[in-house]
Ligand binder design. Structure first.
Ligand SMILES: NC(=O)c1ccc[n+]([C@@H]2O[C@H](COP(=O)([O-])OP(=O)(O)OC[C@H]3O[C@@H](n4cnc5c(N)ncnc54)[C@H](OP(=O)(O)O)[C@@H]3O)[C@@H](O)[C@H]2O)c1
Length: 383
């Protein structure tokens, strides 16, 4: 049994895009006295370089502005060897031993819940020091900020591991049983809520859906063309992100089957792909849905109106003509662009079929970190 306290310091492994924004969110909420971060290595010359990294962000602007708008509060300071953000102590673990999760003495700092944001440890079936499960040597729960990837094809998802998408399958989370929790991907957090709303509404009248995410850049891509690594399957990912539209893959189709088992049970066809584009954050899922029957835009919009009022933190129902810059800093997992929706009905063998095109926006960084906070609240019994 692993009950956790919402007041205990939070641990974060890896301080890249997602890890850094988690620190911003946690220190803004200020519910813990400390956040313990592990980089497992030194940064620049000393803690002042860590402070500068934490202070400024090329996408979201300065931490001070995030906290206080254009006020002048000094909310991030180094005192001796310690960094404080909004009065919350940031304890920095930078010894090379900490590169392996099993060696990080989280409990020594009072940590019960750890976020692993490294993107390097994705397999919950592995049981060694240098794996996701290693965090449980010294912590009660670990939240993975990515989908699970089981390397050994024959291995099953262990009983204590679960994928949870808030607003979709959060009811499956069992505090007594689950200690390794995946928050799935940002794309799954964007597309699974509307797919759930559609499946719940149409059932077997939903024939299929196909989605494409047009996704901003991540650090897994190359600034300029780089030589592919040995064994790279998707060599397009090594092409420059500065000046390309790059078709690639996404695991969202499989992840949706995991969190909405009805898709498989009802035999609904599904497919997903991705296109990477040169913007810093802000992405969109374009979804084509094929339905049995005749439906107009108002009918379709009502489904998402109902879903968003039942899940107001997860989905925003937008009636504005948005572009990607408008959703930067949005906390929602998914934003339904109701003005974009268009559909066409056809008739075959006395049956009507409707094809619907839908758009869902998401800030793949900030929206995703907010979905992590919602999951954290579930894990710490606040929801
Ligand atoms: N960016 C997004 O839009 C987004 C959205 C949803 C989910 N995610 C997922 O979240 C994860 C992180 O994404 P990100 O965009 O934040 O990536 P990122 O910017 O590359 O950050 C990952 C960080 O982890 C560090 N790291 C790697 N191995 C480590 C280890 N053993 N110990 C400590 N630190 C380690 C890296 O630093 P070093 O230089 O020291 O290796 C890097 O700073 C990925 O799985 C990604 O798929 C990303």
């Amino acid at each position: 049994m692993a009950t956790v306290s919402p007041k205990s310091p939070v641990g974060i492994n890896g301080i890249g895009r997602i890890g850094k924004l988690l620190v911003w969110m946690l220190t803004a909420r200020k519910e813990q006295d400390a956040v313990i971060i592990s980089t497992g290595r030194k940064i620049g010359k000393d803690i002042r370089d860590l402070a500068t990294y934490m202070s400024y962000d090329s996408t979201f602007g300065p931490y001070e502005r995030f906290m206080f708008g254009f006020g002048r509060e000094q909310s991030l300071e180094v005192k001796g060897d310690d960094l404080f953000m909004n009065g919350v102590r940031i304890v920095w673990l930078n010894s090379p031993d900490c590169r392996k999760p099993g060696n990080i003495t989280w409990s020594g700092h009072g940590v019960e819940v750890v976020f692993d944001t490294t993107g390097k440890m994705l397999d919950p079936s592995m049981n060694e020091e240098n794996s996701l499960r290693g965090h449980l040597n010294h912590a009660k729960k670990v939240i993975l900020t990515a989908p699970f990837k089981i390397k050994n094809k024959g291995a099953l998802l262990p009983d204590d591991a679960v994928t949870v998408v808030m607003g979709v399958n959060d009811h499956v989370y069992d505090n007594q049983k689950h200690n390794i929790i995946s928050n799935a991907s940002c794309t799954t957090n964007c597309c699974a809520p509307p797919i759930k709303a559609l499946v719940d509404h149409f059932g077997d009248k939903m024939i299929s859906y196909a989605l494409t995410t047009v996704h901003s850049v991540t650090n897994s891509q190359s600034v300029l063309d780089t030589l592919p690594k040995d064994g790279d399957k998707d060599t397009r990912k090594r092409r420059s992100i500065l000046n390309n539209i790059i078709p690639t893959t996404t695991g969202a189709a499989n992840a949706v089957l995991e969190v909405i088992p009805e898709v498989r049970e009802l035999g609904i066809g599904s497919q997903a792909s991705a296109i990477r584009v040169p913007s810093n954050t802000g992405s969109i899922v374009v979804m084509d849905v094929s339905l049995l029957g005749e439906y107009d835009n108002t009918y379709i919009n009502d489904i998402f109106k109902k879903y968003s009022s039942a899940n107001p933190e997860v989905m925003l129902f937008s009636e504005k003509q948005l572009v990607s810059a408008d959703i930067i800093g949005s906390p929602y997992s998914t934003i339904y662009d109701s003005l974009f929706t268009h559909r066409r009905t056809s008739k075959r063998d006395d049956r009507y079929y409707t094809m619907v095109d839908l758009n869902f926006w998401y800030d793949n960084e900030f929206g995703y970190v907010n979905s992590l906070m919602r999951l954290y609240d579930l894990v710490t019994n606040r929801k």
